[in-house]
Design a protein around this ligand. Structure first.
Ligand code: ADP
Length: 156
């Protein structure tokens, strides 16, 4: 059977326990998951690409099914490049749902063979997002409850 490869696209600015939860729960579904850090020129990131990549590496170092890549351009084009037939996304809220729905449906129009798969986070993690983590860090708070274990998160 063809290898089941999924792309998990996002900014991961920084990676949170929410991202980690989605990815770990998706692992049994796929042979390989590529965490794809989008390099979006119109989006100003807080942490450098290198720093974001380093943290993701630390979290999944012992997970042979996880790869980390960066990309620009359309996610579906990156999927084709990586031979991936699935896009993995997390759904926290109904706002996420509305936003993700239009992206996923447009992606299906452009690339019918690529399926978007959604996973809900466990309830305790559905309030976590990278924006909150950045705000805590900017204001000198302790963001460690929100980021994966073993990550030493500091202002850039
Ligand atoms: P993007 O800018 O593409 O939304 P993010 O890094 O913010 O990038 O998010 C990447 C993916 O992770 C998205 O599908 C988002 O819904 C999901 N995600 C982020 N935080 C959580 C969370 N706490 N629970 C579940 N999914 C999450």
């Amino acid at each position: 059977m063809e290898k089941r490869i999924a792309i998990f696209p996002g900014s991961f600015d920084p990676i949170t326990k929410g991202h980690e939860n989605i990815l770990r729960r998706a692992l049994p579904l796929f042979d390989e998951i590529v965490i794809a850090i989008g390099k979006n020129s119109s989006k100003q990131n807080y942490f450098s690409l290198e720093q974001r990549q380093k943290w993701i590496n630390q979290v999944f170092a012992k997970e042979p099914k996880v790869k980390i890549e960066t990309y620009t351009g359309l996610t579906i084009d990156f999927c084709k490049k990586m031979n991936a037939n699935f896009i993995l996304r997390g759904l926290r809220t109904s706002a996420d749902f509305e936003f993700e729905k239009s992206i996923a449906q447009n992606n299906t129009m452009m690339a019918p063979s690529i399926e978007t798969v959604f996973i809900l986070p466990i309830p305790e993690l559905s309030a976590i997002n990278s924006t909150i983590v950045r705000d805590i860090i900017r204001n000198g708070g302790d963001a460690s409850p929100f980021v994966p274990k073993g990550i030493d998160i500091k202002a850039p």
